[in-house]
Design a binder for this molecule. Structure first.
Ligand code: HEC
Length: 96
């Protein structure tokens, strides 16, 4: 009996999508960044906008600028969801 519970546990663990979903989400965010942002932002060199590695390391600054825009940087409020904007800020922090 105990053994079948163990098996069930492992089957559940194996099919729990947590890992796969987050990997897929990461890819989506990378895609999103490529589509919407990489035109003006490269990882390590200034193009039209600042390089990612020259950006603020404060998430609230990133969120503010992505949401509201700043000078030549367009605001994405209403164009992207809060979840997407939050994930983009994390993506920038992870790549700086
Ligand atoms: C049309 C070009 C353009 C596009 C497209 C663009 N940006 Fe920007 N971005 C800029 C410019 C220019 C600045 C600098 C604004 C300033 O400080 O005057 C900037 C600044 C920023 C900053 C602030 C960095 C800091 O530390 O002050 C963040 C964060 C940012 N952009 C993220 C993004 C994200 C995420 C996207 C895609 C959703 C994006 N940008 C799309 C041009 C762009």
């Amino acid at each position: 009996m105990r053994r079948s519970y163990d098996t069930l546990f492992f089957i559940t663990l194996f099919f729990t999508p947590v890992h796969f979903v987050s990997a897929a989400e990461l890819q989506d965010i990378e895609q999103l960044f490529k589509q919407k942002c990489s035109f003006c932002h490269a990882i390590d060199k200034k193009t039209s906008g600042p390089a990612i590695n020259a950006m603020s390391n404060e998430k609230k600054v990133l969120l503010q600028v992505i949401t509201k825009g700043k000078n030549a940087m367009p605001g994405y409020e209403g164009k992207l969801t809060d979840v997407q904007i939050d994930a983009l800020a994390d993506y920038l922090l992870a790549n700086r």
